[in-house]
Each structure stands twice: as structure tokens, then as C-alpha cells.
Ligand binder design. Structure first.
Ligand code: GUN
Length: 298
């Protein structure tokens, strides 16, 4: 068997086109231009690339993009001050502070200083609480992107066994909540899980989000499973160049799975598309106007 490819890049392009249509309707009907502020502390090269892509996509969708680069030695107080100003700025509907932050800054304090209704990452403790209790808060972008790909591929997921490898606040834990909402039987596995191969082997749906290159071996995947690989790891090659690999051993996994996301071109592009969607949602909620529906083909 050779798995179907789940083309996150193509799906994200459709979603972004849909969002651009929504943004132009919001401008026309309500004179509302959604605005996203992105704060980047320091010069981490991977973060710089993410932020550049985010800013480009925001502008391409017709939204306002506000950039706040800060020196890596900025104090926590200065960062909190910026967040407070953005919370009070009516042109800013979404605030994203790029993680990780330098070690002298308390990440949780900064995230929880963002007004929950502007927290387009869905990381604020209020939003994670709302997700856990069935409320209508902001939902983290990467897990929501994974759910959109899964719904598109599988439709109804009731009763399926889902195994998530990785327990981060950004992906693993919110992913578990979203899969529970889809009526899956959910297991979160992690670095201390006994016999990971056996746990992964019973899954109809595997979500790999550990940040360890090819930790999930292809031979573990049950025949016919759907595999979503959230990992993006840069590996050095012998010729001095590098290549991106996921958290799943792709070539072997593709022999067993019914469908699998590639790296790159799988989950990565969905994260940015969902960030734009969350920014539109945040802008509509703040302006007290109905949230636009996605068109039926996304
Ligand atoms: N760093 C890596 N992924 C993310 C993300 O989705 N949001 C933020 N704020 N930082 C990140």
C-alpha cells in the first residue's frame, strides 16, 4: 500500500483565498480591516522566517500587519508594556508574541498579559480553559489546522482511536481537546510512555508533535491509519546543506498509512492560514458583528 498525500499547502491556499474574500467583504460592509500585531524578540533564524511569512500572508489577505521587532535583551517590563499598548489599540484585533522568548522573560506572564479576545494563538490560560470546557474561545492555530485536514480527509471521526505523540501546550494538549470534541478516543503519549510502538500501533489517527526527527518509526503505523506530522526538524546533510524532516519516518510510514502529511507542505502552511482565520474571528467578535462562514469547499 502507498499512502495518499494530504496536501496541506493546497488546502491552506484555498483557505487563505477564502479569508481574503471575507476581509474584502468586512471592509465593504462594516469598514472593518482586521489587524494583526506580531512581536518578535531577538534574532532566532527560524522565528524570523515564521514571522516574515506571517507578515506577508497577513498583508496578502488584505489585513493590516503591524510588526514589533525587539532586541533580545529587552526587559520583561518593556515587553509587558508593549502588550498593554496593543491591548488598548483598536486597530489591533490579534496579538501574537513569537515563542520561544529569551530565558530571562517569563513566557506565561507575557502570554497571560494579552487580552484573551486578542490572543489569536489561543495560548492564554482563559482560552485553554474555554477549549477544555467546551467554550467558544480562540483555538490554537496548529491543532485547528490539523483538525481541518482530518475532517476533510475522514469526515466523521466518532469512535476512532487517536494517539498524539507530544504533550506541549502549543500542540499536544489542545490537539487532545479538539479530538475529544470530534468523539475520538484520545491518548497522549510522550517521552516517558512505555512501549510507544505498541501505543502508536493501535491508532487510527496518529498526530506526531514531539520535535524529534523521525522519532515515530514507519513500521509502528497501523495499516490504513491517517498520519499527521507536525514536526519540522532541520537535519544536516553530508554535503553541508540541510533538509527538513518531520517527527515521522515518512517513507516507511507511507507504506502502511492510508494518508499522510508531507514535511514540508503538510501542517506548516495550515498554521499561518488558521492564524489569519483567527484574526478575522477576533476582529468580528470585537466589533460585535457576525463571523463570516467559510465557503463549503474548505
Ligand atoms: N513558535 C512556534 N510556533 C508558534 C506559534 O504557533 N505561535 C507562537 N506565538 N510562537 C510559535
Amino acid at each position: 500500500m502507498s499512502a495518499d498525500l494530504i496536501d496541506g499547502k493546497a488546502f491552506a491556499e484555498k483557505l487563505k483565498a477564502d479569508i481574503a474574500r471575507q476581509v474584502s467583504a468586512l471592509k465593504e460592509q462594516y469598514d472593518l480591516t482586521p489587524g494583526l500585531a506580531v512581536v518578535l524578540v531577538g534574532e532566532d533564524p527560524a522565528s524570523q522566517i515564521y514571522v516574515r511569512n506571517k507578515n506577508k500572508s497577513t498583508a496578502a489577505a488584505g489585513m493590516n500587519s503591524f510588526e514589533y521587532p525587539m532586541e533580545s535583551n529587552v526587559s520583561e517590563a518593556e515587553l509587558l508594556d508593549l502588550v498593554a499598548r496593543l491591548n488598548n489599540d483598536p486597530a489591533v484585533h490579534g496579538i501574537l508574541v513569537q515563542l520561544p522568548l529569551p530565558p530571562h522573560i517569563n513566557e506565561a506572564a507575557v502570554i497571560d498579559a494579552i487580552a484573551p479576545e486578542k490572543d489569536v494563538d489561543g495560548f492564554h490560560v482563559i482560552n485553554s480553559g474555554l477549549l477544555a470546557t467546551g467554550g467558544n474561545g480562540m483555538v490554537p492555530c496548529t491543532p485547528l489546522g490539523c483538525i481541518m485536514l482530518l475532517r476533510d480527509r475522514l469526515g466523521d471521526m466518532s469512535g476512532l482511536e487517536a494517539v498524539i505523540v507530544g504533550r506541549s501546550n502549543i500542540v499536544g494538549k489542545p490537539m487532545a481537546q479538539l479530538l475529544l470534541n470530534e468523539n475520538c478516543t484520545v491518548t497522549i503519549a510522550h517521552s516517558r510512555t512505555r512501549d510507544l510502538a505498541r501505543v502508536v500501533g493501535r491508532a487510527d489517527i496518529v498526530i506526531a508533535a514531539v520535535g524529534r526527527p523521525e522519532l515515530v518509526r514507519g513500521s509502528w503505523i497501523r495499516d490504513g491509519a491517517t498520519v499527521i506530522d507536525v514536526g519540522i526538524n532541520r537535519m544536516a546533510k553530508e554535503d553541508g546543506k540541510s533538509r527538513l524532516v518531520g517527527d515521522v519516518e515518512y517513507a516507511e510510514a507511507a507504506k502502511h498509512a492510508a494518508a499522510i502529511t508531507p514535511v514540508p507542505g503538510g501542517v506548516g502552511p495550515m498554521t499561518i492560514a488558521v492564524l489569519l482565520k483567527n484574526t478575522v474571528t477576533a476582529a468580528c467578535r470585537q466589533a460585535n458583528i457576525p463571523e463570516p462562514e467559510l465557503s463549503s469547499d474548505v
